[in-house]
Design a protein. Structure first.
Lengths: 92, 488
């Protein structure tokens, strides 16, 4: 069983805020999902090397200089910006 | 080859001058505008881009220039495929207003071929869902019956093609998101081999699973689109040089091939779906294929393996949405940490948050070994099981989904119950294999049923040909055109 405290801890790690009125429902949902995920522990598995399961090999290329994105273009998507920087106000 | 190909048919009409590309595009745009109120396939229409490309195609046709097969063909892109200068939202509030400053490689290729982009297609938020209903724009509906979902996550992409509002769509498939909506909407959907198609510019959900592929009305059309987009791309480090063209393989004799049917794929399948699959296998027998039943016990735990690993990757991939550089930012906050937490909590929908939480949980200290590491080990076991299977059969056949399209508002029920419906599609993504869904008849509710064919890595030419031969033999019994949209 996952407790309220554990859900709050995971939410903190995931940078999500949980309102008190959401906590019961979310804990119930997460318990059902985690119990479902836990079924992997009902089967035995041999240790496998899982670093490269998709069998990919490095593809090398020359390190050539290419034009980068334009700073002003990138900043256009920012909710707030000033003087070429992303802007986040310290206090609201 | 050309019999059921809409792309080749439209290409002929354009080249013979029976219709101009501008006229064709206008037909599709006005159909899309009209039907979208009912079907919600598009989250954005792009008439300016479409008509500009169409005018260019008309100029080239008038000058008798040689054009690639996709030139002038009206199509859509799922809204997680980046389009330079056009809003790309993943159907999430957190990305509303985000305008990419570069094109995804697949869109760059299609642009070079002068494909006509009609708009961006609806999807489950961040491709997390099986009904398209987690979209912040509301779900796409099924053109065969608007009381049913189009499926997900590429629901809008499937809906547009099935509803004759686009000749083809590009979707993405992380756990079945191309094949499942293709099955629900009665069309063809191809999830290519991992590495065959570049994901540069595809907004990431779970990077070791995500793959872009086509949704079309016929197998030949899927082959044509696959051949165009399956190109090595230095911008995607998982991109491979091994992909081979598929279209030229269509029509080859399949007598003597072995089609494997793992019995685990038939457990818990609705009876009407099972009988549609069995009829399809009979067609294959009449074409000279040998059906081999066998057992793959590891399929049984593929669902929890998929959800553990995909959510772990998602929790990391979605860490970038912090309200600082792009997208939504909350209005009120006391400090920077609160700004990030509130932005994410207000910007993400419930399903995305559940998956981020699960992913964070399985990666957190104390749970990593029991969940993440265990799931990776089981992933290795499943990959090995498929390798063994392909040592004694050429193709694997299975249902695409254990049922037909759900009624609307299905996601309102328990999350795990929805996850269970992905049982037939996720093994393909876990093992990085190509899989295709082809219409194979109708359920007792007269909704379409999909036959899923699975091949070894980079076996698209043989896999698509196997699907093609079935389509040639059975099309009139298993495919039903919808009477909406553009008829030509």
């Amino acid at each position: 069983m996952v407790t309220h405290e554990e859900i709050m801890k995971i939410a903190r790690l995931a940078k999500l805020s949980v309102k008190p009125e959401e906590l019961d429902g979310l804990t119930k949902d997460m318990n059902s999902i985690i119990n479902f995920a836990d079924t992997v522990n009902s089967v035995a598995a041999a240790d496998s090397d899982f670093d490269n399961l998709n069998n990919l090999a490095n593809v090398f290329r020359e390190d050539t200089v290419v034009p980068s994105f334009d700073r002003e273009e990138i900043l256009k998507n920012a909710p707030n910006q000033e003087d070429g920087y992303f802007l986040v106000r310290r206090k609201m | 080859m050309e019999q059921y190909s809409l792309i080749l048919k439209l290409g002929k009409l354009l080249r013979s001058g029976e219709i101009s590309c501008t006229e064709l595009t206008q037909k599709f745009l006005s159909a899309a505008e009209k039907e979208n109120k009912r079907l919600n396939a598009f989250v954005k229409l792009t008439p300016e881009t479409a008509l500009k490309t169409a005018a260019e195609v008309d100029r080239k046709l008038a000058a008798k220039e040689e054009l690639p097969p996709l030139a002038g063909i009206p199509m859509t892109l799922k809204d997680n495929i980046s389009t330079n200068g056009m809003e790309t939202t993943c159907c999430s509030k957190i990305l509303k207003g985000y305008v990419p400053i570069y094109d995804a490689t697949v869109w760059k290729i299609l642009k070079e071929q002068h494909a006509v982009l009609l708009g961006k297609a609806n999807m489950d938020e961040f491709a997390m869902g099986s009904s398209c209903e987690t979209s912040c724009f509301g779900g796409a509906k099924n053109p065969h019956n608007t009381q049913r979902v189009a499926g997900g996550s590429s629901g809008g992409a499937a809906c547009a093609v099935a509803g004759n509002l686009a000749a083809f769509s590009l979707g993405s498939d992380t756990g079945g998101s191309i094949r499942q909506p293709a099955s629900f909407c009665g069309i063809v959907g191809l999830k290519p081999t991992y590495g065959a198609v570049s994901r540069y510019g595809l907004i990431a959900y779970a990077s070791s699973f995500d793959q872009i592929g086509p949704l079309t009305q016929s197998v030949a059309d899927s082959a044509l689109v696959y051949d165009a987009i399956a190109k090595y791309d230095p911008m995607d480090s998982t991109s491979s040089k091994k992909a081979l063209p598929a279209f030229s393989s269509l029509g080859k004799d399949i007598r003597g091939i072995k089609i494997g049917v793992p019995k685990e794929y038939l457990e818990g399948i609705r009876e009407d779906v099972k009988s549609a699959l069995q009829s399809a296998l009979k067609v294959y027998e009449s074409l000279g294929a040998e059906i081999v039943e066998f057992s793959m016990p590891s399929i049984k735990y593929s669902l929890p393996v998929y959800y553990i690993l995909a959510c772990a990757e998602a929790s990391s991939n979605l860490g970038r949405y912090d309200g600082i550089r792009y997208g939504y930012r909350t209005d009120h906050y006391a400090d920077r940490n609160e700004m990030i937490c509130k932005t994410r909590s207000e910007g993400f929908g419930a399903e995305v948050k559940r998956r981020i939480l699960l992913g964070t949980y399985v990666l957190s200290s104390g749970y990593y070994d029991a969940f993440y590491k265990k799931a990776q080990n089981l992933r290795g076991t499943l990959i090995k099981a498929f390798e063994d299977a392909f040592a004694h059969c050429d193709v694997i056949a299975a249902p695409t989904v254990p049922m037909t399209a759900f009624p609307l508002n299905f996601t309102a029920r328990d999350a795990v119950e929805t996850y269970l419906t992905d049982i037939c599609t996720v093994p393909v993504n876990i093992a990085g294999l190509p899989g295709i869904s082809v219409p194979c008849g109708f359920g007792s509710d007269s909704m379409p049923v999909g036959l899923q064919l699975i091949g070894a890595r980079f076996s698209e030419p043989a896999l698509l040909n196997t699907a093609f031969q079935y389509e040639q033999a059975a099309r009139s019994d298993v495919f039903r055109a919808v009477e909406t949209g553009v008829a030509l």
